[in-house]
Design a protein around this ligand. Structure first.
Ligand code: M6R
Length: 609
C-alpha cells in the first residue's frame, strides 16, 4: 500500500524519482507526487490518477534538484485527489513528507494542531506529520523526527526532507517496509528494492523502530526511540533487472503466467536430492519436532489463502496431521486454539501483508512455531518467522497473483513429502511416484500454455456477462475459488465459486439462460458426481466450459466448450487447472480494455489491516 522513493546525490533527481515510482506503482496508483529540494527551496508536484498524469505535469513544469522524495498512493484516508496526494508539506512549505501506513492517532493530533492555528489542506492522516514536524522542529532534523515518532501511533514508513537541512534525508520504519539503496556518492530509500536495483545492488533493510539519516556519502542507522546505533547487514541483491520489465509481453500478468514453467522448476531446484528425498537448505525443522506436531494452521490472505487450501489437502492426505486453514484477517480475532504443539504456516507472496504478519505474531505469542512460505526472503514475514521456505518465483509485479500461487503449491507439495520423511509415513515407491509427478509439472504447464488460444474465445465471449460461476469438487473447488478471485479482480465481472454439490442448496436460483459456468472436473473419483452437477446447471440454461484431464472425451457430451489439461495425479492437478483460469481472466480483461496489471481499488502489497 503506497510506494515511497527518495534520492540524495549529485544527479538530477526528478527522473530517478519518477522511474522509481514506476517500479512501485503496483503498490498503489490513485495518485502520485514528488518533492524536490533545489538550492535550499522545496517544490512539490502532485497529480491524481496514474503516474503518467504526474509525468505530464512534470514535462510542463519540471523540478530541478538533486535531493527529493516521491510517493505513489493507495487511498485510505480521503479519496484520490491532488490535495490528498503525497508529499505533504507544513504551512511554511519547509518540510515535506511521504508516508506509507496509517497514523492511528491522527485525529487527536490534528485537533491539537488546529488548536495552534494550523490549517489542513487534505483529508489524509499523513498531513499531521508535516505540521507536527514544523511544530516540533528545534534546529535538528534527526532529533525532531525522533520526537515525532514519540507522538505518532500506528504503522508507518516515512521519508522527510526539509529546507532547513538540505543535505540530508531522514527515513523511519515502523511496521511498513523500507529499504535503503547504498550507491557511490548517492543513496536511495524505497518501499521495495525493485525501485533501486537499476542504480545499486547494495541495500540495507530497515527493521521496525529504525531511523536512518542519509546523506549523499553516508548512511547512519539508529533506533528511533533511543538514538542508539543499529547495525544492519548490507545485502547484495541478485535480481535480474529484466525480471522487473515486461519484455515482449503486453502486460506483467501475461509474462508472469508464461514464466510458470520456469518458476516451478526454480522452486523445486536443489530441493529434490538423492533418492528423490526432499531437502530444504537451512530449514531446521527436526524430525522430533515434526513428529510432535498435533495440528497445523495455514493462515494467509487472498490467493495465498487459496494456495493454503491445496496445501491443507496435500498435508492431510500424505501425513494425516490435521490441518485447519484460516483467513489471516479473521484468525487473530477469533481466539484460535493454538498451542506449542501447533505449527502455523503463513503464506505470503510479498511477505509484508499486515494481516498475515499479525497472525504470525499472534501465533508466536500463543507459543506456536511459525513457518513462512514467502516469495520475498528479506520480507518482514520471512524475518519474523521461525522457519522459512522461500518460493523462487522472482518478482511478481502484476497485482493479480499467478506465478506466486503455483510456486506456493509446489512449496506445499514438497513440505508435505518432507513431513512424511520425518514421520516415516511414506514408502520409498510412493515418494518416488510423487516426486516424478512433481518433476513433470513444468513441462505439463508448458503444454497448457501452448493452447492458450483455446480459452481466449471463451474469455472474449463472457466479457459482457454480469455474473459467472465456477464450480468444482474437492481440490477443484479450491481452484475454482482462485479462478473466481482472479476474474473478479481484473475483469470486474461478478463471479462466485461453489463446491459443485452445494449449488443446489440455494445459488442455483441465480442460474438462467446463458449464465456462464466454468466447471472444473479433474477429480477422477468425483467425475460422475461433478458431471451430474453440470447437468443441473445445463438444465437451467447455463453455458458451460469444462476444464478436465486429457482423455475425458465424454465430457464433451455434458458441456458446451472444453479445455483439456494434461493428466496429473489428483494432488497436482490444481497447478495445471489454474492456468486456463488465469488466462481466461487475463483475456476477458484484455477484451474489456481494463488496466490489467493495476486493477481498480487494489494494490499489490496490502500493508494495512
Ligand atoms: O503478498 P500476499 O501473498 O500476502 O498477498 C495476499 C493477497 O493480498 C493477494 O494474494 C491478493 O489476493 C492477490 N492480489 C490476488 O491475485
Amino acid at each position: 500500500m503506497c510506494g515511497i522513493v527518495g534520492y540524495i546525490g549529485n544527479r538530477e533527481v526528478q527522473p530517478i524519482l519518477v522511474d522509481g515510482l514506476s517500479k512501485l506503482e503496483y503498490r498503489g496508483y490513485d495518485s502520485a507526487g514528488i518533492a524536490v529540494l533545489e538550492r535550499e527551496r522545496l517544490d512539490v508536484r502532485k497529480a491524481e490518477g496514474r503516474l503518467a498524469n504526474l509525468s505530464e505535469k512534470l514535462d510542463k513544469r519540471p523540478l530541478k534538484g538533486t535531493i527529493g522524495i516521491g510517493h505513489t498512493r493507495w487511498a485510505t484516508h480521503g479519496g484520490p485527489s491532488d490535495a490528498n496526494s503525497h508529499p505533504h508539506t507544513d504551512m511554511s512549505g519547509k518540510f515535506s513528507v511521504v508516508h506509507n501506513g496509517i497514523i492511528e492517532n491522527y485525529m487527536e493530533l490534528k485537533e491539537e494542531l488546529m488548536g495552534k492555528g494550523v490549517v489542513f489542506r487534505s483529508e489524509t492522516d499523513t498531513e499531521v506529520i508535516a505540521h507536527l514536524m514544523a511544530d516540533l522542529y528545534d534546529g535538528d532534523l534527526v532529533r525532531t523526527v525522533r520526537a515525532l515518532i514519540g507522538r505518532i501511533q500506528g504503522a508507518f514508513s516515512i521519508g522527510v526532507i526539509t529546507e532547513h537541512e538540505p543535505d540530508k534525508l531522514v527515513a523511519v520504519r515502523q511496521a511498513s517496509p523500507l529499504v535503503i539503496g547504498a550507491g557511490q556518492g548517492e543513496n536511495f530509500i524505497a518501499s521495495d528494492m525493485a525501485a533501486v536495483i537499476e542504480h545499486t545492488r547494495d541495500v540495507y533493510i530497515l527493521e521496525d523502530g529504525d531511523l536512518a539519516v542519509i546523506t549523499a556519502e553516508e548512511i547512519t542507522i539508529m533506533k528511533a526511540e533511543t538514538g542508539a546505533p543499529a547495525q544492519r547487514k548490507k545485502l547484495r541483491v541478485h535480481w535480474d533487472v529484466e525480471q522487473v520489465k515486461k519484455g515482449q509481453f503486453e502486460h506483467f500478468m501475461l509474462k508472469e503466467i508464461h514464466e510458470q514453467p520456469l518458476t516451478l522448476r526454480n522452486t523445486m531446484l536443489g530441493r529434490l536430492g538423492r533418492d528423490d528425498q526432499v531437502t530444504f537448505e537451512g530449514l531446521e525443522l527436526t524430525d522430533k519436532y515434526v513428529q510432535g506436531i498435533e495440528k497445523i494452521f495455514i493462515v494467509a490472505c487472498g490467493t495465498a489463502y487459496h494456495a493454503g487450501l491445496v496445501g491443507k489437502a496435500a498435508i492431510e492426505k500424505l501425513t494425516r496431521i490435521p490441518v485447519e486453514t484460516d483467513i489471516a484477517s479473521e484468525f487473530r480475532y477469533r481466539d484460535p486454539i493454538v498451542t506449542d504443539k501447533t505449527l502455523v504456516i503463513v503464506v505470503s507472496q510479498s511477505g509484508e501483508t499486515a494481516d498475515t504478519l499479525a497472525a504470525l505474531q499472534e501465533s508466536q505469542r500463543r507459543g506456536a512455531k511459525v513457518l513462512a512460505i514467502t516469495n520475498v526472503a528479506t520480507s518482514s514475514i520471512a524475518r519474523d518467522a521461525d522457519y522459512v521456505i522461500p518460493t523462487v518465483a522472482g518478482p511478481e509485479i502484476a497485482v493479480a497473483s499467478t506465478k506466486a500461487y503455483t510456486a506456493q503449491l509446489i512449496a506445499f507439495y514438497l513440505l508435505a513429502i518432507y513431513f512424511c520423511q520425518a514421520k516415516g509415513t511414506l514408502d520409498d515407491q510412493e515418494r518416488r511416484d510423487l516426486v516424478r509427478g512433481l518433476k513433470e509439472l513444468p513441462l505439463q504447464v508448458e503444454k497448457v500454455l501452448e493452447n492458450a488460444d483455446e480459452v481466449r474465445c471463451f474469455a472474449e465471449s463472457i466479457k459482457d456477462q454480469k455474473s459467472l460461476f465456477f464450480i468444482g469438487r474437492g481440490l477443484d473447488y479450491a481452484v475454482a475459488l482462485e479462478g473466481s478471485l482472479k476474474l473478479k479482480e481484473i475483469s470486474y465481472i461478478h463471479s462466485e465459486a461453489y463446491a459443485a454439490g452445494e449449488l443446489k442448496h440455494g445459488s442455483l436460483a441465480l442460474v438462467e439462460e446463458g449464465t456462464p459456468v466454468i466447471a472444473l472436473v479433474t477429480h477422477q473419483e468425483l467425475y460422475e458426481k461433478t458431471v451430474s452437477n453440470i447437468k443441473e446447471v445445463k438444465a437451467r440454461g447455463a453455458h458451460v466450459m469444462g476444464v478436465t484431464g486429457e482423455g475425458n472425451m465424454d465430457l464433451f457430451n455434458a458441456v458446451d466448450e472444453i479445455c483439456f489439461i494434461p493428466q496429473a495425479s489428483q494432488l497436482f492437478a490444481p497447478i495445471l487447472a489454474v492456468v486456463p483460469l488465469q488466462l481466461i481472466s487475463y483475456y476477458t480483461s484484455l477484451a474489456l480494455g481494463n488496466d490489467i496489471d493495476k486493477p481498480r481499488n487494489l494494490a499489490k502489497s496490502v500493508t494495512v489491516e
